[in-house]
Design a protein around this ligand. Structure first.
Ligand code: SF4
Length: 393
């Protein structure tokens, strides 16, 4: 990794961010000597007591980028393939070009940490009844009009409070919380790829599972690298229409479909989530086509979750998805041949539960994130001995 001297890094960062964020009222040091006022991070917060070494820890050279002419760089992590001239901030707002080197601004700086039941991800067929230490930084490579976490996904790193937590610290925290896994989640973890993979490598050595909760908008090379340490994923298949992807999410469909194929090829357990947004993603014909693609390319066994939409962000005037639509889509997907189809965000719906694809008996009853009934023995149905897809024990 190429290193630059701290003073140069600060100077460049100040120049970049003060021009990129002129509205920032607490940007204190552009054009000043940062050491004179204590140590200052690259988002403009003042650190008490001064700790210059921290400044370097907060910058990390990006992975999978290429240098171009005139000190430009192109990031190869996701299909946006941002081309950044010196001083440019990326589409995901997480990366910056300083003097011809791409830096991640979010490495070691999570803004959200929680211990969640794994069912919340949602992952229903992977280590049920365990908890996931869940972590996010700011940033996303999409612009979903209905984003549920826009307060962290659609902002720049300096605009929210952060923890300072380096990869080994994250693993230690997960261990002390008794979590079986670490989930990279809430915003878009692909945009903090460098941080995620460094944590994941240590977690793998320590016997902690790695969960990727993502929009699936990632290029093949970084995904293959991630798959080496990934145990499970929930990937959002936001619709089965490229036009809707462009309009609703600011992305494209095909790269996401490729992600599913790669996960399958690499033997990673994954589940699919489809948020049913009224007026955008509630066409039964599209759902039928989506199921057809899943069956042709992935088979019958990967769980599919239809989630209820609630008004949020720029779609705050839409009504929630009618429960009848979700029930209908679940039935349709099962009739098409997908064996495990769920309904999410509707407490008490029978689509919260898992039923054996062979004998139809109740295997896992879910009440919120609690599991009062559990009828699997290892990875088999207790009643008919059929193998249930997933990683259960
Ligand atoms: S990860 Fe961020 S910087 Fe890299 S290509 Fe995607 S949007 Fe651009």
């Amino acid at each position: 990794m190429r290193k630059i001297n701290r003073r140069k890094f600060l100077y460049c960062s100040a120049a970049v961010l003060s021009s990129a964020m002129p509205f920032c009222s607490f940007w204190p040091f552009a054009g000043t000597d940062s050491e004179a006022s204590g140590s200052v991070d690259i988002r403009g917060r003042i650190f008490k007591g001064g700790a210059p070494a921290k400044l370097w820890k907060w910058s990390h050279e990006g992975f999978f980028y290429t240098k171009l002419k005139d000190n430009k760089v192109v990031c190869g992590i996701c299909p946006n393939r941002c081309i950044l001239a010196p001083g440019d901030l990326s589409v995901c707002r997480s990366k910056v070009n300083i003097g011809g080197t791409l830096y991640s601004l979010t490495y070691g700086n999570p803004c959200s940490l929680h211990v969640d039941p794994i069912e919340k991800k949602p992952l229903f067929h992977f280590k049920p009844r365990t908890t996931a230490f869940s972590i996010a930084t700011t940033g996303c490579n999409f612009r979903c009009l209905n984003c549920q976490n826009w307060e962290i996904s659609q902002v720049k790193p300096h605009q929210v409070r952060h923890y300072e937590l380096f990869p080994r610290d994250v693993v230690v925290k997960a261990q002390s919380a008794g979590a079986k896994s670490i989930a990279y989640t809430y915003s878009e973890p692909t945009t903090f790829f460098e941080y995620m993979i460094d944590i994941a490598r240590i977690a793998r050595e320590e016997g902690i599972y790695n969960l990727w909760i993502s929009n699936g908008y990632i290029n093949r090379k970084p995904l293959l690298e991630l798959c080496k340490v990934l145990d499970a994923a929930n990937v959002n298949l936001k619709s089965y229409s490229d036009a809707i992807y462009r309009k609703l999410n600011g992305g494209r469909l095909e790269p996401v479909l490729n992600t599913f194929k790669t996960l399958r090829e690499q033997g990673v357990h994954f589940e699919m989530t489809n948020l049913v947004v009224p007026g955008y993603v509630d066409d039964p014909d599209m759902v039928k086509k989506m199921c057809g693609w899943i069956l042709d390319n992935l088979g019958t066994d990967y769980p599919l979750h239809f989630l209820r939409f609630f008004p949020k962000y720029k779609l705050d005037r839409l009504a929630p998805t009618p429960v009848s639509t979700l029930t209908r889509f679940r039935k349709l997907a099962m009739q098409e041949g997908i064996r495990y189809v769920y309904v999410g965000n509707v407490p008490g719906h029978e689509g919260n539960n898992t039923y054996c694809h062979n004998c139809g008996k109740l295997l896992v009853e879910r009440k919120g994130y609690l599991i009062p009934t559990y009828n699997l023995v290892g990875n088999k149905c207790k009643f008919c001995n059929s193998i249930i897809p997933g990683v259960w024990a």
